[in-house]
Design a protein around this ligand. Structure first.
Ligand SMILES: [Zn+2]
Length: 366
């Protein structure tokens, strides 16, 4: 039985972007409550640990000192005219009080998971408040202020030789790809809705890395309306053989669940059944597994999907009927989706088959 760690404290949802922002803190609160009501944290192989803060030095593994200072100033209420230069001030990236503490906690959470994994205290750690993969060294982007994934991978590289990063968020993992674009010690793989149809616009197949890093950045762009079967088919064609060849010491995953058909910000058509199959596939590929959260903006979906994810990590299955207290507070009937989206249009499969064929050539897969 795998030793599984869940990194959480109520602090992760106390402040934040607020209820009117897509990245609403309720996503995290409801996920915790659903898992708790299912009794997931009582299993003998599960530990719940409160995350710690990240120091400025730790953030500086990826972010510039100047940017860390700016985030601190804005977080304490100082006004700056040049907030736009650092990616702030838009609807996507508002400035809010306590921002440094909150987003620093997501980074500390990932670091703590990584430390405990390397110590052998657990086999899998789920830092579900993180996965903030768009942030750049000196700029906030796409709801992300600090990039916990990039920071923790830099930290891991001080202790192990090779790290694989697999990003299944519906948006391209641009910040993490850029961080290691010229490295052969980090293999980044991102499956996402085609950047020509969705933020942040990057993640084309031809982005394969530069210099020593050539071949170590992998992008699988998928057309809108891609459903479970086609997504999983593409995943299985590309991800397992690449991971096997790379032979990482540790696998970091970003588990955004905005691939769901109900997600208001994107256009893939996965259901919880497809997402669970993905979590199971990742689980088989990652004996030592640092799982980060990520996107997901339908409040009826995120807690259910991440409950299924933690079930896979900790080897537990839960009854399909949602616990009474959860249903009373938030509605819903079942853990898995009870409806499926309409059938995938035929052009989707054809176009994904071409993507896979081209990727196999680009990355020398037979
Ligand atoms: Zn996303």
């Amino acid at each position: 039985m795998r030793q599984a760690l869940f990194l959480y404290s109520p602090q992760v949802w106390q402040t934040g972007h607020g209820s009117n922002h897509p990245l609403k803190p309720e996503r995290l609160q409801r996920t915790y409550e659903l898992l708790a009501e299912y009794g997931a944290f009582k299993a003998p192989n599960v530990k719940v640990i409160p995350p710690r803060a990240a120091s400025d030095d730790e953030l500086a593994l990826f972010h510039t000192r100047e940017y860390i200072d700016v985030v601190q100033q804005l977080s304490s209420g100082s006004y700056r005219q040049d907030v736009f230069d650092y990616g702030f001030g838009s609807e996507d990236n508002p400035v809010f009080a306590g921002m440094r503490e909150l987003v620093g906690l997501s980074v500390g959470s990932a670091l703590q998971g990584a430390e405990l994994l390397l110590k052998g205290s657990c086999d899998v750690a789920f830092s579900y408040s993180g996965g903030l993969h768009h942030a750049a060294p000196n700029r906030a982007s796409g709801f992300c202020v600090f990039n916990d994934a990039a920071v923790v991978i830099h930290w891991l590289l001080q202790h192990v030789q090779r790290v694989a990063y697999v990003d299944i968020d519906v948006h391209h993992g641009d910040g993490v790809q850029d961080a290691f674009y010229s490295s052969d010690r980090v293999l980044t793989i991102s499956l996402h809705q085609d950047g020509r149809t969705l933020f942040p616009g990057t993640g084309a197949m031809e982005e394969i890395g530069i210099g020593k890093g050539q071949g170590y950045s992998v992008n699988v762009p998928l057309p809108p309306y891609t459903g479970n079967d086609t997504y999983l088919w593409a995943f299985n064609q590309i991800v397992p053989p690449l991971l096997e060849r790379f032979n990482p010491d540790i696998v970091v995953t970003q588990l955004g669940v905005d691939t769901h058909y109900l997600d208001p910000l994107a256009h893939l058509e996965l259901t919880t059944k497809g997402q669970m199959a993905l979590f199971e596939a990742l689980s088989r590929l990652a004996p030592r597994w640092l799982a980060l959260g990520g996107g997901g903006y339908d409040i009826s979906v995120v807690p259910r999907s991440w409950t299924l994810a933690f079930g896979v990590m900790s080897g537990q299955s839960f009854p399909d009927e949602l616990p009474t207290a959860y249903r009373t507070n938030y509605g819903g009937e079942s853990l898995q989706d009870s409806f499926s989206p309409t059938t995938e249009p035929p052009f989707v499969r054809e176009s994904v088959e071409l993507v896979v064929l081209k990727l196999k050539k680009l990355h020398s897969l037979s």
